[in-house]
Design a binder for this molecule. Structure first.
Ligand code: ADP
Ligand code: GLC
Length: 482
């Protein structure tokens, strides 16, 4: 099967612009789908910070919203063989934050910005007389597109037979705003009903997208089960109503970017046959954070957004006990919640030789932490897929995860009898359960070097390339066309 025309529409894409895993997915999945003989392009907003080379492609482009016409321009860039189109609209996108300002306050015009993005993506195809089989959209930001496709009249245009697929990367973000935004969006009030856009008398963009998209998926099988059984942030029944048109497709990772053999952001490369470089990376990581250069104690790495999803609040309660009851070291990279930023900075001041904290976003530091740590900690409350634990596996950095969502699907728990497994799992979302597992890892590191070696080998042998997921997405596209 092949030969489909796919237009991906997204609010992020590595390496153009990234706040989290969505960008990594949209940066890698298109190539994997194209490799199967399909034609794929991506449409993104042209944010202020995108620096990639690009050329003007289509200007001016008029986009009708509800009774108002917006004017914009479209630029063309590429990522490898994948064309990337960037929608320029200064008022909506020429700003530094993607979704919120530096105080983490959501931009008030988000519903209008992203509804416009969805409409502009459709308009670009109409203007260029391009007929995609599928618009593949991601999260609430582009969830309006399936609604436009279903509720506006496209007969006589290039979109007359187009369908769509909505991928949900996180149920915690649904795009909930005041219902009056529907007027600007150009969505009729007959669709402001409980089964479509209405949510406690407000507008829920993701909910409308779920209703109108012919097929919906999320990014791991376990998360698909969780969000249809009580953890769907109020949308469990909307998802259940899709029947077999909803399911989980596990993310892949881009091993051209995230593997110790190919990584050009780390000081030493290594492989499972020759691990010397890893110990060099560990030392470089210790130096970078000003920790003691200690090759004999385990080093825990942490990278992620400081939000309640990631479980860094329970991690916070384990730091002092870990410092007092072991010789372990830890480094953490991330930003978000100001209290957590303050706390981890404070720990770094209190234990400067053993605890390191960098508040901010740094791609190169994220790679060094993956490469140089012995263990990678992800104590998430929920995790739709999670990419860092999959990256960790390839670097022989054993993941320590709570058994939820994609973390559950990608990490095999260590069996102390046999040495089988690829990491360490815990179940209760409590500091005690996490601390017990950190201590288990420390003890294994010191007491079972043979098993540590075996676990690293197992982890580095695992494979989560995009090829398998791409095949499943192709099936989902065909389902959306039926
Ligand atoms: P989520 O999308 O929920 O943030 P994922 O694990 O899917 O979680 O993906 C997170 C991605 O963002 C990873 O590539 C990770 O390395 C990156 N990342 C998160 N925070 C930072 C940071 N502070 N600096 C650099 N990269 C980061
Ligand atoms: C979301 C989720 C994360 C997932 C990523 C990519 O941001 O929080 O678990 O890996 O999207 O799908």
């Amino acid at each position: 099967m092949s030969g489909l025309k796919i237009v991906m529409v997204s609010s992020e894409m590595t390496p153009f612009v990234k706040t989290g895993g969505l960008a990594d997915v949209v940066g890698a999945l298109p190539a994997a789908i194209a490799e199967r003989g399909n034609e794929v392009c991506v449409i993104l907003p042209k944010y202020a910070d995108i620096k990639a080379p690009m050329e003007l492609y289509h200007s001016p482009m008029g986009v009708w919203m509800g009774g108002v016409q917006e004017w914009c321009s479209v630029y063309r860039s590429r990522l490898g063989d994948i064309p990337v189109y960037l929608i320029e609209h200064d008022n909506f996108f020429n700003r530094h934050g993607l979704y919120h300002d530096t105080n983490m306050t959501d931009y008030e015009d988000n519903p209008r910005r992203f509804a416009f993005l969805a409409r502009a993506a459709l308009q670009l195809c109409v203007d260029k007389n391009y007929s995609p089989h599928i618009f593949h959209v991601h999260d609430w930001q582009t969830a309006m597109l399936p609604a436009y496709l279903a509720t506006w009249d496209w007969s006589g245009t290039s979109l007359a037979y187009s369908s769509s697929l909505l991928t949900i990367h996180n149920m915690a973000y649904q795009g909930k705003y005041h219902k009056n935004n529907l007027n600007y969006m150009g969505i009729g009030w007959e669709h402001f009903t409980y089964d479509k856009f209405e949510d406690h008398d407000g507008l829920n963009m993701l909910k409308g997208g779920i209703h109108f998209a012919p097929v919906v998926n999320t990014v791991s099988p376990t998360y698909a089960r969780e969000i249809t059984s009580g953890q769907g942030y109020g949308l469990d029944s909307s998802l259940l109503s899709k029947g077999h048109r909803f399911g989980g497709i596990l993310n892949g990772v881009d091993y051209n970017v995230w593997s110790p053999e190919a990584d050009n952001l780390i000081p030493y490369n290594f492989s499972k046959e020759n691990m010397d470089g890893k110990w060099g990376c560990k030392m470089a990581l210790q130096d970078t954070f000003g920790l003691d250069r200690n090759p004999n104690e385990p080093l825990f790495g942490v990278v992620g957004r400081f939000t309640s999803q990631k479980g860094y609040n329970i991690l916070a309660s384990t730091i002092e006990p870990l410092m007092h009851r072991s010789g372990a070291q830890m480094v953490i990279l991330g930003s978000g919640d100001k209290d957590l930023e303050g706390f981890y900075n404070h720990m770094a001041q209190k234990y400067p030789n053993r605890f390191g904290c960098h508040v901010g976003f740094s791609e190169s530091l994220a790679h060094l932490i993956e490469a140089g740590s012995d263990f990678f900690v992800m104590p998430s409350l929920f995790e739709p897929c999670g990419l860092n634990q999959i990256y960790s596996l390839k670097y022989g950095t054993l993941p320590i995860v709570r058994a939820t969502g994609g973390l559950n699907d990608t990490v095999a728990n260590y069996d102390p009898e046999t040495g089988n497994g690829t990491g360490f799992k815990f179940y209760d979302f409590t500091p005690e359960a996490l601390f017990g597992t950190l201590a288990w890892a420390v003890n294994t590191y010191h007491g079972r070097p043979d098993h540590m070696q075996q676990l690293r080998w197992n982890a580095m042998s695992s494979w989560f390339g995009w090829n398998m997921s791409a095949e499943q997405y192709e099936h989902a596209y065909y389902l959306a066309l039926q």
